[in-house]
Ligand binder design. Structure first.
Ligand code: PLP
Length: 567
């Protein structure tokens, strides 16, 4: 057994599986919100010294690096990084069965070290071994790359390979937590592991100890968007993985027409949750017959507070990083110092923007930020529903900063980016707009701390939670958002920020959203920012005391422990 791993295998662990884990910008093991959430989860688990081990895929060629050409087209470049700079290779190998052959899986150990002293191991699986065929060596290279067969093979490696690897490394596991359906094949591995002999049972079906597996598994679903739920044809499944379980058995867990990874997770877990209260309800509607709980997401406070705010919090709210409940006392921070810390972050952002784009943004203009995956339901262009109205409201009073990648196969997401760049040119003389390329965790921190307002305009109820707004709140930046996901819980109108569109208990009205957006910008947000700075700073302070104190992964992890892990 590797010496390195030894210090982690002496107590039973919760195994946390995620296809992506965002720990730092220079390790391209994530694409967006799901991965960053996984990273924040793990960092908080380390702070709290929870007995946890995480499992993911190495993806050493990354997701992609984004460039934009003159026409506003997204160009995807490889985003290679060197794992040996951050982690250590382990010598243990396990095998998984893929297309009639055995593929060898190796791994790397990354240790998350909490500022509070805790340490948490992450096992990154890697098939790039000389013993494997060239096509198999690439299976863990690209995050969300390739076709459906490539995806299924990655999920075999994550779910089945990962579970075998934990065993091989000497881990004893008390719960398996699936962060999204990508890892749900682990349930099949567990069913096989705990299979009873035919002599012990009455009928053939009960050789499968379903209850035992369910007791071991926890499943978190992350999106109500249909395309977010992986489904594979059984023909493909049989071709790629053989009949792991008898097909009728498999269908009874994972769906009749296709192997649905979400159904597999739902059927074989004793605890299932969505990632915000509303998302729990929406998921319950999508999957009647299952008991779906809700644990609202958070962000890792220490990771998502900029330096100038950190200094201020250290002065007024000592201990905030390990006990974010202390943010409830943010009211003690002086207005002048809060504003000064914000302006320091804002100047750094504006300098960065001006250096990247020569657009000439100004420190004293109300700056709105919008950055997230570019995909249709997030409606990045809602702000431009009526371009003339927008220009009239924003002229001389607003500047807008955009960022976000579109998945390489998401054409409508790519068109959104091109459209924003087109409008930016069109409005050049009236409102300064920029689109910053290559959104990643570093840029995210600059943005959420340096803008004055964080905008979010999803089509309800498709935003399961959203987390960038929680990062903004941690830096005293108020949210201006459609009432969906976490904002339904975090919003107090005019106090922690502002809503766009109708309240969550009435039907969504997409046509009204843009109107409401303009109305509030013009009559509430712009006037408050320029004419009533004291009220503005009060709202900034409330974002910290009312939102950051709750929407953090420290609170979230305590809930996973008490509601999912110890049951
Ligand atoms: C936080 C974060 C996200 C998620 O933002 P949402 O508001 O949930 O869409 C995506 N990408 C990066 C780089 C992030 O840091």
């Amino acid at each position: 057994m590797s010496l390195l791993i030894h210090e982690f295998t002496n107590e039973q662990k919760i195994a946390y599986y995620s296809m992506e884990i965002g720990l730092r910008s220079d390790m391209s093991t994530y694409s967006g919100g799901l991965g960053v959430l996984a990273g924040d989860t793990i960092k908080s688990a380390a702070d709290l010294r929870l007995p946890m081990v995480a499992v993911s895929i190495l993806t050493k060629k990354g997701y992609f690096k984004q460039e934009l050409d003159k026409q506003g087209r997204q160009i995807e470049l490889p985003d290679e990084w060197d794992p040996s700079q951050f982690m250590a290779p382990l010598k243990e190998r396990v095998r998984v069965y893929i297309e009639d052959r055995e593929v060898l899986v190796g791994s790397w150990l990354y240790v998350v070290k909490s500022a509070a002293g805790g340490k948490l191991p992450i096992i990154f699986l890697d098939t790039d071994l000389p013993e494997n065929l060239p096509q198999d060596r690439e299976l863990t290279h690209y995050l969300y790359g390739g076709d459906l067969a490539y995806r299924l093979k990655q999920e075999i490696i994550l779910g089945i390979g990962g579970t075998r690897m934990l065993d091989k490394l000497g881990f004893s596991i008390k719960k398996y937590h699936m962060n999204e359906g990508h890892s749900a094949l682990l349930t099949l591995e567990l069913l096989r592991r705990y299979k009873r002999s035919i002599d012990e049972v009455w009928d053939e079906r009960s050789v499968w100890d379903v209850e035992k597996v369910r007791k071991l598994c926890v499943f978190t679903t992350h999106t109500p968007v249909e395309a977010g739920h992986d489904k594979f044809d059984y023909d493909l499944v049989e071709k790629v993985m053989g009949a792991v379980l008898p097909i009728p058995m498999m269908k009874s867990f994972a769906g009749n027409d296709k192997l649905n990874m979400t159904l597999l997770g739902l059927n074989l877990s004793h605890y299932i949750n969505g990632v915000a209260k509303k998302h729990g309800e929406v998921s319950q509607g999508m999957f009647p017959g299952y008991e779906i709980h809700a644990i609202t997401n958070g962000v890792h406070s220490f990771t998502w507070v900029c330096d100038s705010m950190k200094a201020l919090f250290d002065k007024y709210l000592a201990g905030w990083a390990n006990e974010p409940e202390i943010f409830v006392r943010a009211g003690r921070i002086s207005d002048d110092e809060l504003w000064a810390a914000h302006m320091e972050a804002k100047r750094a952002l504006i300098d960065y923007v001006n250096q990247e784009t020569q657009v000439g943004m100004e420190y004293d203009v109300l700056t709105v930020g919008y950055a997230r995956r570019a995909t249709a339901y997030k409606r990045a262009d809602l702000l431009f529903s009526d371009i003339e109205r927008f220009a009239a409201i924003g002229k001389g009073k607003l500047q807008i900063i955009y960022a976000g990648k579109a998945h390489p196969k998401d054409d409508s997401g790519k068109r959104l980016i091109a459209r924003i760049l087109e409008i930016k040119e069109m409005l050049k003389k009236k409102v300064r707009i920029v689109f910053l390329k290559n959104y990643n965790m570093d840029l995210a921190l600059k943005l959420v701390s340096g803008v004055d307002v964080w905008l979010n305009t999803p089509q309800r109820p498709l935003e399961a939670s959203g987390t960038s707004g929680m990062k903004a709140a941690h830096n005293g930046v108020p949210n201006f958002s459609v009432l969906d996901g976490w904002w339904i819980e975090g919003h107090i109108e005019g106090f922690t920020g502002w809503a766009i569109g109708p309240s969550p208990d009435v039907a969504a009205d997409p046509a009204r959203d843009a109107d409401d957006l303009y109305e509030k910008l013009e009559n509430v947000i712009i006037p408050t920012y320029y004419n009533n700075r004291t009220t503005w700073i009060r709202i900034m302070n409330n974002a910290i005391s009312q939102n950051a104190n709750y929407f953090n992964t420290n609170r979230m992890m305590r809930r996973y422990v008490t509601e999912a892990y110890i049951r």
